[in-house]
Design a protein around this ligand. Structure first.
Ligand code: ADP
Ligand code: MG
Length: 325
């Protein structure tokens, strides 16, 4: 049972609200407004290395949530913070708080609540630090874009560059040796992701579907295809990547770019008639955006222009390979 089968089997239920489980944000109608709500959990050793810069962790814990709001085309409004801490270390807390509030101020959202607990020691060692943020944004009623709106014939676009964060993880685990400057640049992408909030908002009337790339391009595109009931043809060589990523051996490069994760870029579709307008939005938001493929009526995902592609490459799944029916 993988992560998504688990969610589908035990937790996905029909809801009264406008949108429940299955998209980047849940959508709740309140009067004439629609709220977008999302939550993301970061656990030590699973999502971040022990001892990571606390300022970056504060930033990232909020950034990953704002990235989901961006995918939904929502304007961030407020958020809740829940912490399970092994030790109350004032220096750590100050830096964490600074990193988080700096991003909150930049994106115009406020912390309105949360919960704080202590995690017990495990075998005389501090228990794992866990951070959970729930973010709330507002969307225009007329622009309720989700993962499910892609149509055959739409262009497929992605913002920024993919693969740096995954390469930073590979470097930290000793699977590749990068020179110091390259390692630092990749590590920055891993630790300080920049949520594409303004791009998400600017695409409100242009994108037919969107998802943020958090678990790897192929996995997240797969979610979009499933929800939209279409297929896609992706030009693997066109998927944007940094010179550092381009410099590593092909198999690792492919793995980082197509299945890496932690990119927090926006993957979206739009009608070919909107090509100029989409390119203009990228320029206005000072964000590189690249067309990487086409949506097809034939279901499934086809990668073209990459003969070495391994069809078993998938996005990140927390329970891949775990036992259970
Ligand atoms: P994202 O990567 O954008 O955070 P996922 O693709 O991981 O979202 O999750 C898929 C969907 O499943 C989302 O709509 C999410 O809200 C929902 N979900 C995940 N875990 C649970 C859970 N334990 N209970 C209910 N819904 C869940
Ligand atoms: Mg998401």
């Amino acid at each position: 049972m993988n992560e998504f089968e688990l969610i589908a089997r035990y937790f996905a239920r029909p809801v009264r609200e406008r949108q429940g489980v299955g998209d980047d944000c849940a959508l709740i109608d309140v009067g004439d407004r629609t709220l977008a709500v999302t939550t993301d959990l970061l656990t030590e050793r699973t999502h971040f290395f022990p001892g990571v810069d606390p300022a970056s962790l504060g930033h990232k814990a909020l950034a990953v949530n704002l990235s989901d709001l961006a995918a939904a085309g929502a304007r961030p409004r407020c958020f809740l913070l829940s912490l399970s801490l092994p030790r109350p270390d004032p220096d750590w807390l100050q830096a964490f708080s600074n990193g988080m509030f700096e991003l909150a101020a930049r994106e115009g959202c406020e912390l309105i609540g949360g919960d704080t607990t202590r995690v017990a020691d495990v075998a005389d060692h501090p228990g794992p630090l866990t951070i959970c943020i729930t973010a709330i944004g507002e969307v225009e009623r007329g622009c309720l874009r989700g993962r499910g709106g892609a149509r055959a014939g739409d262009d497929l676009w992605v913002s920024g560059q993919l693969g740096d964060a995954a390469l930073a993880v590979a470097h930290a685990k000793g699977r590749v040796r990068l020179d110091e400057a390259a390692a630092r640049a990749c590590r920055r992408r891993l630790d300080w992701p920049q949520p594409r909030v303004s791009l998400g908002l600017a695409l409100r009337r242009l994108a037919t579907a969107a998802i943020d790339v958090s678990d790897g391009l192929l996995g997240d595109l797969g979610h979009m295809l499933e929800r939209s009931g279409v297929g896609a043809s992706v030009r693997a060589g066109d998927v944007p990547r940094s010179d550092t990523v381009r410099g590593v051996e092909p198999e690792l490069q492919r793995r980082c770019v197509l299945a890496g994760g932690d990119d927090y870029e926006l993957l979206f579709t739009a009608s070919p008639a909107q090509r100029e307008a989409v390119a203009g939005v990228g320029r206005d938001c000072c964000t590189a955006i690249t067309m990487i493929g086409t949506m097809t009526s034939e279901p499934g995902l086809r990668l073209v222009g990459d003969p070495g592609f391994d069809a078993t490459l998938q996005g990140f799944d927390h329970f891949a390979g775990a036992s259970g029916a």
